[in-house]
Design a protein. Sequence first.
Length: 421
Amino acid sequence: MKVLLLGSGAREHALAWKLSQSPRLTRLLVGPGNPGTARVATNVPLKADAPDEVVALARREQVDLVVVGPEAPLVAGVADALVAAGIPCFGPVAGAALIEGSKAFAKEIMAEAGVPTAGFQVFTDVAQAEAYAVEQGRIVVKADGLAAGKGVIVAHDAQAAREAVRAVGAMGTAGQRMVLEELLVGEEVSVIALCDGERYVLLPPAQDHKRVGEGDTGPNTGGMGAYAPAPFLSAAQLSEVGEQVIAPTLATLRRRGIPFRGALYAGLMLTRQGPKVLEFNARFGDPETQVLMMQLAEDVLPLLDACARGKLEQRPLVVHPGASVGVVLAAQNYPETPRRGDRIEGVDSVSASCPVFAAGVEEKGGAWLTAGGRVLTVCARGTDLAEARSQAYAATAHIHFEGMHFRRDIGAKGLRAPAVK
């Protein structure tokens, strides 16, 4: 099969790395890709969120499947254009991708589907939102639209709630409408389902680390690292998430005439009352994908292809024993305005057993330079979480660039977690 993968981050590098191992693959194109994907595939110049451009390339190259990595092409209607052209696409149409593109729409779907989630109110007037937030005190303020993973602010008192509303209201288009919801308490876990519009298979639960500093301190980021499986959900509980969250959401979208074919990401809070959905994403998570591709012990290509064609077999996935850890190496001043152009040293000295997935990287004169906030994700798989963490951090010691920073507690919560059965 000839596959076109859209995107240019570490998530896409991880997907390309996994797809390149498939015996069914004949050629893998990545548009636009990055210097890391160029090592396992052929990069092609492409504006990934331009539907006509994507369709034209897919036709010209006679690709058998398009896999969409980031959310922007989905919301822009790339999947709609591909489906209309008769080209199988792993990634939902724009109507279904709105479950990520609009927090208010996601809440509407959850209410209709009976999916457990936090109580909420939707506002378009900043003054009204501010008054409600101050009254509540402890609250979560979310930009309704896409905000590159940074449109969520958790406030623990009235003053912080006021500031959060003002900050979200100043985000431009994304913050013109905002969702204010009750602050849930518990462990956060990411569950990603591969879906064909009706059926689904569940990847192992993962845990992301969203704040920039150790101990979950500092501002939110796009994600500073992840590990899988997260030990907070047993196999039985994971199955229940599928039945109580994924299945009813798919059924509701299908009834609305917008079947979801792609990766449905449920961000969960494990409360005392059971798992509740914090958010849905319409694509693979980043950095969760990096560790999930490490854990998946079977060929990913036929799974993605079956989802795109509506022919998925609902069954448990084959996964490796043990655990995988991914540590994000970030540029100086991330998550504010990251510094660019610093030379990256040591990537090629890392063992092949510890893949280094590129994100904010550009290549000049054969050298890799920083070109974004999250620069690299260093991954490792071990017989258990402790071994995977040890190997991942040992691998990071080989890599250096000016201003490089990373969290040293990725997976620490998992080590302290009581065993689940």
